[in-house]
Design a protein around this ligand. Sequence first.
Ligand SMILES: Cc1cc2nc3c(=O)[nH]c(=O)nc-3n(C[C@H](O)[C@H](O)[C@H](O)COP(=O)(O)OP(=O)(O)OC[C@H]3O[C@@H](n4cnc5c(N)ncnc54)[C@H](O)[C@@H]3O)c2cc1C
Length: 506
Amino acid sequence: MNQQQIIQSIIIAGGGTAGWMAAAKLSQHFKNMAIKIVVIESSEIGTVGVGEATIPTLRRFYQSLGMTDIEVIRKTSATIKLGIEFKDWYQPDSSFIHPFGLFGHDANGIRFHHYWMKLREAGDPSALEEYSLAIAMARANKFSLPQENPASPLAIFDWALHFDASLFGKLMRDYALENGVSHVDAKINAVNVNSDNGFVHSLTLDDGRELSADLFIDCTGFRGLLISDALKTGYVNWSQWLLCDRAIAVQSMLVGDAQARTISKAHIAGWQWKIPLQHRQGNGHVYSSNFISDEYAEQILLQHIDGEVLHSPRQFRFIPGRRAQAWNKNCIALGLAAGFLEPLESTSIALIETGIEKICGSFAKPFYNQEKIDYFNQVTATEWERIRDFIIAHYKLNQRDDSEFWRYCRGMSIPDSLQQKISAYHERGDLLHYPWEIFHPDSWLAIYSGFNNYPKQYNKNVDRINSHYLQESLTAMRQSIAETVANFPTHKEFIVQNRAQHSVFE
Ligand SMILES: Cc1cc2nc3c(=O)[nH]c(=O)nc-3n(C[C@H](O)[C@H](O)[C@H](O)COP(=O)(O)OP(=O)(O)OC[C@H]3O[C@@H](n4cnc5c(N)ncnc54)[C@H](O)[C@@H]3O)c2cc1C
């Protein structure tokens, strides 16, 4: 397909988080191009109803629509997320936090962890996490908005939200509808493909209507009604590295103060999330069906929930991986239709954002050609692979010896791209950052050190600095962080000031 394809109309099939986020952003992007956008969703089928932990990129997304943090916190019953606490991942009874922030203060072009390692080798007992403001806040359950122009890198951190996915979907829908998007509530019964060129021509609805468009965005969830069922686009399966293939989710009453961090607790063949909102807590157990039964997985989940359970647990089955081509012919897959990586680092919604960003980038003008499709697919594949590697690292680096699952993960072979990263860190303490990678070097450092994984030796240029001076500098950094956090309000105080109407916070 070398000729330009002009678009005048877009159908977004599916009205979950992916569909309405796409509708909101595309209605803004195409505002002056007279492009008609229709969302078709089926209230009978509903949405997946999970997906409540985010990363900071989500804030940039809604801010680009003109929404403020406080508005979104109020409207989605959100709490603050400063990072993820990984309990029992390294070994039973261990805990580390992956923060949205930096560790220490780099100097002379050398990363901070080399300085810290030198002191550690000299017998200094301070932990790397003591040099992270975001971790100190998370452990103390405190929160204050970051300074706009911090004088020191020690004050730099970012933050995200835990939110009610259905309320966030509604926020996106309201924005899209106000911006001229049309909405059809009906079931898509058939996807009609043009026999000449294999393009999607139209969708037949259960009320008998047939709707056509120039471009289709498939947001129909795991099934991928257009991209998979109709266009038969292949799937790249990563289950040789990501063993978890099922999840059970349930909501419960919130007990105690909501933590400003997601909790991820490792279990015998997977892990459990705890995501606090203002009015309830989300819980789920992600596990490998090759190692434990569904019944046992549910039992483990229910045994580890603090508050009263609010409904029967729901089960999800998935194949870890991505669609071989996220954009095929005149159809682009977003959200679960584009693939699925377990929610360990809350990356699915972030991948929806990057997908939407790339659609906008592809349509500076309302036409496309094969070159744009190929570029879109190449970048998408890379973004997914980077996140895949980050998630695999959490399993590969474990030192648990209490179950076959964890022993298998530790011994498994890993993708070359990940092996190179781990080796560069191990040999020289280098934190490689590849193009199209969402997670920054300090995120990798958090994971490596959380699993007690350190380079063979620190960068010897560090020896140019006087040891006494180094010791004093690091002590000053720790003190500065501790004093800053002592003066911050609690997470609860921050939320009470900005709470939703139906919040149980008071
Ligand atoms: C267990 C689990 C936990 C997760 N946790 C997180 C997390 O913490 N953070 C995160 O970022 N992501 C998480 N995710 C992913 C996140 O839930 C999804 O990325 C997000 O909800 C987007 O889903 P979606 O819109 O693609 O699909 P869905 O929510 O499934 O929406 C599909 C839409 O398509 C419509 N539809 C389907 N078939 C038809 C049809 N025939 N006719 C008409 N309409 C149709 C449905 O009605 C619905 O509107 C999690 C996912 C799972 C499974």
